[in-house]
Every structure is written in C-alpha cells, then in structure tokens.
Design a protein around this ligand. Structure first.
Ligand code: ATP
Ligand code: MG
Length: 580
C-alpha cells in the first residue's frame, strides 16, 4: 500500500493510460475464453456427428480473426503499461538528480556515492518494474483467475473445478515462500556486487598509489575474494531458482491429474461431455499463469515498496539552507562584511572559525594566509554558504545574506576550489562549464590570463584534447590553471581562489597574479595561499591561526608588525633566491 501512496502523483497523472491498459487486459482475458469453448463445442459436434464443413470453416475463421484482434490488443496494452514503467524511471531519476543538485556538502557526508548510485539505478529500476510488470501481474491474477473460474462454473462443473484447484493455493504458497528467500539471497548478491563495484572504482582511480606502494598483489587477492563471494551468492540464487521450476511443474501436474482423472469419471457418469472435459483442461492451463503471477506480484511489490521507501527517505531530506519567501533584490555586491563569524562543521567538535570580522569593498582584494588547517578554505566556503551561516554574521551590500536569494549569490561568485573537479570532456568544455556559449576569443583570453596557452599548444588536439577522468592527462599545475581559466571566463563580481596556484612555479604564479589584477580591476577577489607573494599586493591580508585572526593589515603593516607573516615572508624570499 505504501507503494501506491508514495507514487500517488504518478498513478493520478497516468490514470487514463492505466485504465486503458487494464481495460484491454481484461478484454483480452475475456476473449481468450472463447477458443477453448469453440474447441470443446467442435469436439462435441464430432462426437454427436453434427459437424458440418461450413460449421468447421466458420469456427476456424472465428479463431483466426480472434487471434489477429487479440494480437493488436495485447500489443497496445503492453506498450502502454511498460511505457509507464519507463516513464516513471525517467521522472524519478530526474527528480533525484534535481534534488541532489540542491543538496549541500553535509548531505553527501551522510550519503555515500555508492548508496546514491544504487538509488539512481537499482532502486528506481525496481520501482519502474512494480509500476509496469507489477500492475500486469496483479491484473492477470485478479481478472485472469476470475474469468477462468467463472467459465468453469458456468459451462462445465463446479465439483470438477474445486477438485482440480485444490493444489493451486499450494502453488501460491510455494512461490511466495521461495520467492522471499530468492529475494533475500538476491539482495545479498546485489550488495556484494555493489561492494565489488566500489572496489573496482577505488582500485582504478587509486592505481598509481597502489602501484607505488607495491600493493597490486594484495589488491588483486582482495578483488579475487570479492568476485568469489559474488559468484557464490549468485550460485545460491540459482539453486533456489532451480528448485522453483520443478516444484511448480509438480503442483501443476497434480492439478492436471485431478482434472483429467476426476473429469473422465464425470464424463463416464454423463455429468459432463467429452468436449467440456477438454475445454476444462485448457482452462486449467490458463489458470496457472494467474497463480504464478500472484506470487510474482507479491515479490515485485515488496521490492518496489522497499525501494520507494529508500528513495523517499533521500528525497525528503531538505537542504540545510532554504531561501526566504521574498528575498531582497540586490543590484551588485558592493561590500562583503563578516561580523564576528564563528563556525563549527556539523561533524566537528571544535569550531573551525572563531570571531572573524572584516569588511571588503567592491574592487578590493583580500589575502587569507595561515598554516595548514587554520581555516582558510572554511572561510571561503562560508561565503559560498555551503553550510548554514548565522544571518547576523555575514552581510553583502549591508544586507544579511539570509535575505538574498542563493541563486543570486551563486551568480556573483566564481570559485576555484582547492580540490579541482574536472569532467572527462575536452579542455574547451571544461573551461566553458560556467558559460557554455562562450566565443572562441573569450576562451582564448581566459586561457591566456591563466598562462595556459603554451601548454595547450603542446597538447595533441589543443583545446579539443580530452582530459580523462578528473583530468588524469594533465599535470597538477595544468589542472590548476584550467580551473582558473574556467573561473576567469565568467568574469564574475567576486572571485574566490582557494590555494589555486600552489602547483605552479613562482614565475608563472606572479604572471597569473598580475593578469588577474589587471583584468579584475574594480572587482572583488579573495585569495587563500601558502605562498605569500601571491597576496602581497592585496588591499588587506588576514593571517589565520586555529580559526582565529592572528594578524591583519596590508603587506607593509604586517612586515612592520614582525610576526608570523614577516617570518614566513623572509623565509620564502630566501628560499626563492636560493632556487634562482
Ligand atoms: P590548508 O591550508 O591545508 O588548505 P585550511 O586552512 O584551508 O588548510 P580548512 O580546510 O579550512 O583549512 O580546515 C580548517 C579545519 O576544519 C581543519 O581542522 C579541518 O580538519 C576542519 N574541517 C575541514 N573540513 C571539514 C569538514 N567537512 N568536516 C569537519 N571538519 C572539517
Ligand atoms: Mg584549504
């Protein structure tokens, strides 16, 4: 029942097509009752010597017309019903993806990639099966069985029917019992299969690390164990399946024995005619499928309901952050202001940011430095509102971010994260991610500003080179510059660079910083870095330590202060001159 409730919207929307399919199925069931009756009647007329040539050819003509008609009807209901199956899968996958795209990092911390992949594939498939195959088996059972039983009662003999049907409930019992076990074993096999997939994914993406630590053999052994487990579990499923078929045949066989044995007795007793006996046995055959259907229905429905529940759980998880009813329209982000912002990750026990305050006017550059783990990336993520922010603490154009639509903020910001994400597409597509309609000149300019032109010239297919999964074809520095070109292409109001130049040499870095300064005059830029030369030009520099601001000022002020900044600066200058 929960299945129907969860998918009420779909059944409501597609109600008419289900009605058409069910009506056709019922008609097909009804019309299928005619041929056995005609055959029985013909045999009776042979026996009583009343069969005429014209009567026979009329019967044959009927049978032929009927099969053509049934063919068209069956074709129509199958395409309608299974069309619904495919449609619901498509709709649900769309919903799931839309939902995922709204979710914030905390959601993905709770739900692993593997789980979400399983939802998008296996679970949605199971729901689609229930909405198509499941409905078919249900209608088959209800309509099919009642029509056949009605025919047996009306035209043949109630006694014979009851006797022959005695073993059939056993069939239902066996199917649902064994079916449950098959399902359990199947789920267990699927889980192992999922684990094996995860392992393959990890081995392939981590192959370089595995090789460099000479762990290939260990990895292969682990994989071998997993494939054996998958094989054994699948074997266990097929053992049950193998038991299934003969059992069904035996039960059906018993039913036929009763039908023929007791039926012949009734013929001798003249309670029914020979033709009726033959019709009866054909009807009996027609009853087996609805019975098997019923077992199938129970199985499919249980799987579908479990999957619908799982999907619902994921879909009802709300994003941590939602827009207010009527957000304020802000023309441009003239000022970014943090007022004593503190932040603790949902899973952490200690705050990662404490009492951070600054005010950044449009067109200014803010440098954020500090040792590793001091909270630099976290600060940028707060501006992106990846986690809920206290509305009293973050203001844009003197309006609390709570009152500004998230979409709007996203449109202002270009973000180059510390771990870049590249798609396995061409370099051009990767750069144009945020602006798919960019012209060739715009792309060339962005590439030039990111000092990426020479690298591209050396690639086999230039901008069209496919970078491989997450950019395996590129060096660390190339990936970083690709990510910068991508951000510069959209020429946003606010640019966030999170340690985006760590993998390029000092000379390239200073060239890129210079280009960005020129290009982004009048626009706001925030840069976090370990190399202080990348922010020495900034209007203001924050030095973070354990989530707090330890020092702040311009480069000159910080040098005069003589603290961590000055010490780092001098060490880095010395290292640079040694490198020269
Ligand atoms: P680095 O220079 O190495 O990039 P960082 O200054 O950018 O360091 P952050 O990534 O901001 O440091 O991390 C600050 C603190 O927050 C660290 O102690 C880190 O362990 C913690 N932290 C970061 N991300 C999460 C998260 N998703 N959940 C819980 N804690 C986190
Ligand atoms: Mg960081």
């Amino acid at each position: 029942m929960s299945f129907v409730i969860r998918l009420k919207w779909f059944f409501k929307d597609r109600g008419w097509s289900y009605a058409v399919a069910i009506a056709l199925m019922a008609t097909v069931s009804l019309l299928s009752m005619i041929p056995p009756k005609l055959i029985g009647d013909t045999i009776d007329s042979i026996k009583t010597d009343t069969l005429t040539a014209s009567g026979l050819s009329q019967t044959v003509l009927w049978l032929v017309c009927l099969s053509v008609f049934l063919y068209v009807m069956v074709y129509t209901w199958i395409t309608t019903l299974f069309g619904n199956s495919a449609l619901i899968e498509k709709l649900l996958r769309g919903r799931l993806l839309t939902h995922l795209s709204k979710m914030k990092p905390s959601f993905f911390q709770r739900n692993s990639t593997g789980q979400l992949m399983a939802l998008a594939t296996n679970d949605i498939l199971a729901i689609g099966q229930t909405a198509g195959y499941g409905v078919m088996t249900l209608v088959n059972t209800l309509v099919g069985a009642s029509v056949v039983i009605a025919m047996m009662l009306a035209y043949i003999s109630a006694k014979l029917m009851i006797a022959a049907l005695l073993p059939l409930p056993l069939l239902v019992l066996v199917i649902s019992r064994l079916g449950k076990q098959v399902r359990n074993r199947f789920i267990s096999a699927q889980e192992s299969f999922g684990k094996m997939n995860d392992h393959v994914l990890e081995s392939i993406s981590g192959i370089r690390v595995i090789r460099s630590y000479v762990q290939e053999n260990k990895d292969l052994r682990a994989f071998d164990e997993m494939t054996s487990e998958v094989m054994n579990k699948n074997k266990r499923v097929s053992i049950l399946n193998a038991l299934f078929q003969p059992l069904i045949s035996i039960i059906v066989g018993v039913s036929y024995c009763i039908g023929i044995g007791y039926g012949s007795y009734l013929v001798f007793e003249n309670e029914i005619s020979l033709g009726q006996l033959i019709s009866f046995n054909i009807y009996l055959g027609m009853l087996i499928w609805p019975m098997i259907s019923f077992g199938e229905f129970i199985n499919v429905l249980q799987r579908g309901s479990a999957s619908a529940d799982r999907l619902e759980t994921a879909l009802t998880q709300q994003p941590d952050l939602r827009d207010i009813e009527s957000p304020i329209q802000v023309q441009a982000p003239t000022v970014i202001e943090l007022k004593r912002l503190s932040f603790t990750y949902p899973t952490a026990t200690r705050p990662s940011l404490e009492e951070i305050s600054f005010r950044l006017e449009r067109g200014e550059t803010l440098g954020i430095v500090g040792r590793t783990g001091s909270g630099k990336s976290t600060l940028l993520k707060q501006l992106l509102r990846q986690y809920p922010v206290d509305p009293e603490m973050l203001y844009i154009s003197d309006i609390s971010v709570e009152n500004i639509a998230q979409e709007q903020v996203k449109r202002w910001v270009a973000y180059v994260p510390q771990e870049h994400l590249l798609l396995s597409k061409s370099i051009r597509d990767n750069i144009a991610l945020g602006k798919p309609d960019a012209t060739a000149e715009e792309i060339d300019r962005a590439v030039e500003m990111a000092s990426f032109t020479q690298d591209i010239a050396q690639m086999p297919e230039g901008l069209g080179t496919i970078v491989g999964e997450n950019g395996v074809m590129l060096s660390g520095g190339q990936k970083q510059r690709l990510a910068i070109a991508r951000a510069l292409l959209i020429d946003s109001e606010i640019l966030l660079l999170d340690d985006s130049l760590s993998a390029v040499d000092a000379r390239t870095e200073s060239r890129i910083v210079h280009q960005i300064r020129q290009e982004r005059a009048g626009k706001t830029t925030l840069i976090t870095t370990h190399r202080l030369s990348a922010v020495s030009h900034a209007n203001w520099i924050l030095v973070l330590d354990e989530g707090r601001i330890r020092e702040q000022g311009t480069h000159e002020q910080l040098m005069l202060l003589g603290g961590w900044y000055k010490e780092q600066w001098e060490r880095q200058q010395m290292e640079a001159s040694l490198d020269e």
